[in-house]
Write a protein that binds this ligand. Sequence first.
Ligand SMILES: [Zn+2]
Length: 442
Amino acid sequence: MRRFLFVVLFAVCCLVGYGAYAHTVADWRLAPDPRTAVMDTRIEPVEAEWHVPLFKGLFYKALARQSAVSEEALGSMGEAPLSLSLTLPRGFASRVRISREGELIFDERPGAWEPMTLGAGAYALEIDCSAPKTDEAAGYGSFRYRCAFTVEPEPEPALLTGRTTPEQGDIVSMRLIHVPPGIVPRAETELGMAVFTPDGAGAWRVAIPVGNAQSPGQYGVRVFAGDKSFDVAITVLAFDFVEQNLIVDTGSSAINEASSPAAYREYREKIPPLFDTYDEERYWHGVFAVPAEGRISTEFGTIRYTNGDYSRSRRHNGLDIAAPEGTPVFAPNAGRVVMAERLLNTGNTIVVEHGGGLKSYFFHLSRVDAAPGDMVEKGALIGAVGSTGYSTGPHLHYEVRIGNRPVNPSMLFESDAGLYGAADEEEDAQLREDFRGNGAEE
Ligand SMILES: [Zn+2]
């Protein structure tokens, strides 16, 4: 009998001892980790209680804890409209309450969280998760989360302008930022074609030509981005164009053919229709490179008359680079070849669209190494210098137009050209980098 009592006493001691031990070691490590998140940011409970089962649920050890803060400050979650995503813990029943500026706007027990769109404002979010006591001798308890965050107002579209006092032949560039998705901005101006091309997330860029024949004075540009519009005043300054008397052998049959009515008719049929076309994508990037090595024999915009006859003076719309026949001609920037063929007046001709209607025209080539539809990178070999068409010696006539307005190619070789204005700081740094890469002197 005493022996039996001793065994019972020993068993009770073991049980109590183990119970005391189990009770002592039962801590939060035995509680679940609910993994609750707001916009992928893990949040911690401000209050939690959990009952850890002991002896297969014979009794429970209650754990409770409280965070030092009554609400977790998450700061800004981004710009409106914000699609609020929540990660609710699996295996818990959750109640979600959201208030905006103190007013309750959501109070539900969602099974699964469907993203909710929030406007700008200050928000308070409360999530109560609970797991009820069950017969399976599992733990039970609840977790409460409270956090505060803000949603920033959606920024209004903003217009950045480059230099607004261009010289004749320069380009005015503008950049629109914070353009809502689905809105394609446009610009209206009498200066010429103005096509916006995408320039990063929510950003667009336009290059507006100031042709060589644009009279100095005041002009306006109106930019539309959805129902918002901007008016920009442009002052065109005079550029000092040079004059040149061109001596041409009127007895030359090649020259006569290249300047025949048939040659001009063909030019009118082939070249001006290109002026109205554009690609909506911008291919060019960084400073334009000089397309051929050589000596500038005729500057852009030169007022040129032939054999002393000033009454029939014409504008030289491009830049002539004199170089030996066969000197390679490179794409000055990336683009899409839109023409590669021989014309009577311009000889072997290549036209490259750089996007938004900005095009490079290469005339009088001896050889054409590109075909329409080719995408060319900056520096790609596209042909060679020659003297085909209306030409008195081997040279490259390099012309740049936006729409029908000829602009000054020499300016494009300089990183401070109007085309490169309105860039952001990062782009500015890239432009300077490219510019050094071209081997040019600053
Ligand atoms: Zn020329």
